[in-house]
Write a protein that binds this ligand. Structure first.
Ligand code: ACM
Length: 268
């Protein structure tokens, strides 16, 4: 099986230019036998929203009828692959920093970012639906988003719910994720696919943030199967074997999930 990472360079709050750039990158994957493509966090809009009003202009409901997910859905139909992409989700008067898994038949599932980073807390509501797992083309796929890298609990939740692969749309600004995720891959024996972006944006407080690229596909033994540059758009295709994530044994008497104990009540 083949998957791909798109490391993109969104034009801040300019959906048209951003989609034109993504379209070129998606087209470059056509005919390569790719079944799953992972895009960065907030891939259609860019990262920073100066106000809830601006966010509202870019947010959409998660059913595939909105501008960005509708466009991604059309790309899935055109190329017959599934896409995981970050997007700004609207539900009633709330906004979530979400990721959608979309296929040729539409939106398959959504994950809402649980751990909000910095000024995201001013406009988004933390995710409230756990870490769901969706079966696609024989692969069990979970999603986490960017700063979730710092919380081993959610990676374990994904593994305990049967995920073979965690798609990890990101807009990384700190240099630590690529050091942390090999541990998540190894300790849970799962595939980890971090799609980061490049470029820079201005935050509402006027400070400039730079995104760090370095997208990474890790196999369940923490070996990098694809690894992107730090400052260029990039499309990385890699082979993945789902069976590697299904055998959790580390010795004949040890299994990474079955050896877990009942920890509650020990330290609090
Ligand atoms: C981040 O969570 N976008 C740093």
């Amino acid at each position: 099986m083949k998957a791909a990472i798109i490391q993109s360079n969104p034009a801040h709050l300019d959906a048209q230019i951003t989609r034109a750039r993504l379209e070129r990158q998606l087209r470059s994957l056509a005919g390569k036998g790719v079944q799953l493509v992972v895009l960065p966090e907030l891939a259609g809009s860019g990262y920073a929203f100066p106000s809830r009003e601006t966010l509202s202009e870019h947010a959409e409901v998660a059913d595939g009828t909105g501008a960005f997910l509708g466009w991604l859905w059309a790309q899935c139909r055109k190329y017959d692959f599934d896409i995981v992409a970050g997007f700004a989700e609207r539900e009633g008067d709330r906004f979530y920093n979400s990721a959608a898994l979309i296929g040729p038949e539409g939106v398959i599932g959504v994950y809402r970012k649980i751990h909000l980073f910095d000024s995201e807390k001013e406009v988004f509501t933390p995710g409230d639906k756990g870490v769901p797992v969706f079966e696609r083309r024989g692969v069990k796929v979970a999603m986490l988003i960017c700063y979730d890298w710092a919380f081993p609990e959610v990676w374990r939740m994904a593994a305990c719910s049967g995920a073979d692969l965690v798609a990890h749309p990101s807009n990384l600004v700190l240099p630590f994720c690529q050091t942390a995720t090999p541990g998540h891959a190894l300790c849970n024996r799962i595939w980890v696919v971090t799609a980061n972006r490049i470029g820079s944006e201005q935050l509402p407080n006027g400070s400039e943030i730079a995104f760090t690229g370095g997208s990474l596909a890790l196999n369940p033994f923490a070996h990098a199967e694809a690894s992107g540059p730090q400052d260029e758009e990039w499309e990385g295709v890699f082979d993945f074997d789902v069976e590697l994530a299904r055998n959790k044994s580390v010795t004949t008497r040890n299994d990474l999930l079955q050896d877990r104990r009942e920890y509650s009540g020990w330290n609090n």
